[in-house]
Design a protein around this ligand. Structure first.
Ligand code: 13P
Length: 257
């Protein structure tokens, strides 16, 4: 009953011209694909052009990050209302690369998610453990802390509203860009745990309706097995989202059977 959501996180890649070429192909080729929601997250400089090109298409334009304040003296930052102004409808917050290299904390991610929701946009809240944390047996406690922080500002407990605007992405850091995907079983175990925590925090109906994406070396060849797990509701795709054919194959693999 959850519509899978597949988002391509392009990270720091593609000029405006390259971004437009890719989304034009996606728009043309994914028009007839039913039962899957799709989004792309280009670099900030391409957001407005991409959103314009995607007008009239169900493909969502997503941002990769935002600041928690709406405006003010925050040199170099982008806010949720300004992203909305550019045509963005979803914002990724708490990606592990932001946590690792730009100092994003659980508390900061919570403030960002709150700002995104307050601007009327959807938030994709990323969680996931490092290899050392997994090897130390701390996967679930790390994910718990990230979830608690990331959802600290979520006040609305209306299940339908939450499901429309909140997505969790489980991205084990050791699987990102390494070619080493979590097995469907490893991912499902954490996804089921996240859903249990969502139930405690937001109620059973919301937990049932909120989509939990998997991210980390998702490819056309492994997408179907991952998506067939009960609690995996789509994917956050890095490298394989940069080529139309690869990304389209992943979107098709996420279609409910
Ligand atoms: P890769 O698909 O390149 O492993 O990246 C995953 C990711 O970080 C998506 O946000």
């Amino acid at each position: 009953m959850r519509t899978p959501f597949v988002v391509g996180n392009w990270k720091l890649n593609k000029t405006i011209a390259d971004a437009l070429a890719l989304v034009t192909e996606l728009k043309n080729q994914l028009g007839a694909v039913k039962g899957v929601a799709v989004g792309v997250a280009p670099v900030a400089t391409a957001l407005h052009s991409v959103a314009k090109r995607l007008e009239g298409s169900p493909i969502a334009t997503c941002a990769q990050n935002c600041h928690w304040e709406a405006s003010g003296a925050w040199t170099g930052e982008l806010s949720a209302p300004l992203l909305a102004d550019a045509g963005v409808t979803w914002v990724i917050v708490g990606h592990s690369e932001r946590r690792q290299f730009f100092g994003d904390t659980n508390e900061g991610v919570g403030k960002k998610a709150k700002a995104v929701l307050a601007a009327g946009l959807g938030a994709i809240v990323c969680v996931g453990e490092s290899l050392a944390e997994r090897d130390g047996g701390n996967t679930l406690s790390v994910v718990d802390a990230q979830l608690a922080g990331g959802l600290a500002g979520v006040a609305d407990h209306d299940a339908a509203k939450l499901a429309a605007k909140l997505v969790i992405a489980y991205e084990p850091v050791w699987a990102i860009g390494t070619g080493r995907t979590a097995t469907p079983g490893q991912a499902q175990e954490v996804h089921a745990h996240i859903r249990k925590r969502l139930g405690e925090r937001l109620g059973a109906a919301a937990a049932d309706a909120i989509r939990i994406q998997y991210g980390g070396s998702v490819k056309a060849s492994n997408a179907e097995a991952l998506m067939s797990e009960n609690d995996i509701d789509g994917a956050l795709v890095g490298g394989a989202s940069l080529e139309a054919a690869d990304f389209i194959a992943i979107v098709k693999a996420a279609r409910p059977s």
